[in-house]
Write a protein that binds this ligand. Structure first.
Ligand code: ADP
Length: 237
């Protein structure tokens, strides 16, 4: 079992995973897809959810739907997204919480900050979540974004989103890594290759993780409001 520097055990250790392909038997896969804007989370998330036959939730899609509804909230969301910044934690957490239908899912775009990760990994579950980082270099991200044509893909906004990724999301990757939950995949390859690589990794992890009694992550102390929430188990911290 992994231990943090402070000696707190981390629930699962994937370092000893057998790389021989085995049948997938984890009952309730919970997958987080993380990566720079333009990494391909949407494409890969939908494919992975289909393979696993679980719900696919994209925070970006949910937010864009809210914008299309032209409500005052949608207009406020649009303003934040088009500034390249992140939405307030409380809003995004309750949005995700209200959309998740069961114990299995592929989440694209959430968590994106340490506080969001603490909130969702604190959900009681009989199996640990799997975080997949689809890694692409910044220059590839910028190149892809400027050819994609979404309103928040304007070069200035795209640059801002990449900065926010470094300041907000990279620390979260370090957190997930320290928990033994992070798997890094090379995303700078054709989509079908990336899909295969993700599927191989997910299959190995799922077939090597056995259902256990409910797992909650160690208590965390931090200043963000959003972990004091909504996914239930954190509130006590
Ligand atoms: P990309 O993957 O290209 O960064 P998304 O479609 O996932 O784009 O998200 C678009 C925007 O929606 C983000 O730049 C951010 O403003 C907002 N957003 C999405 N997910 C979150 C989140 N978990 N927390 C805060 N803001 C978010």
């Amino acid at each position: 079992m992994l231990r943090r520097p402070n000696g707190v055990p981390v629930p699962h250790d994937y370092r000893s995973v057998d790389t021989v392909s085995q049948p997938v038997h984890q009952a309730q896969p919970r997958i987080f897809l993380v990566g720079r804007p333009g990494a391909g989370k949407g494409t890969q998330g939908a494919r992975l959810a289909q393979r696993l036959d679980v719900q696919y939730v994209s925070t970006g899609d949910l937010l864009r739907k809210a914008i299309e509804a032209r409500t005052p909230l949608g207009t406020a969301i649009e303003k934040v997204i088009n500034s390249g910044n992140l939405l307030p934690a409380e809003l995004i957490i309750s949005l995700v919480e209200s959309c998740i239908e069961g114990d299995s899912y592929v989440l694209d775009g959430f968590p994106r900050t340490v506080a969001q990760a603490v909130a969702i990994t604190s959900q009681a579950s009989n199996s640990p979540p799997i975080a997949i980082e689809i890694a692409i270099p910044t220059n590839v991200a910028l190149d892809r974004l400027t050819h994609r044509g979404r309103s928040d893909d304007d070069i200035t906004i795209a640059r801002r989103r990449l900065v926010v990724y470094e300041t907000e999301t990279v620390p979260m990757l370090n957190y997930l890594q320290s928990c033994g939950l992070l798997h890094r995949i090379d995303g700078d390859a054709p989509a079908d290759i990336v899909e295969q690589t993700i599927w191989q990794r997910v299959s190995v992890v799922l077939s090597s993780s056995h259902p256990e009694p409910a797992v909650t992550m160690p208590e965390q102390h931090h200043s963000h409001a959003d972990s004091a929430s909504l996914f239930g188990a954190v509130a006590a911290g």
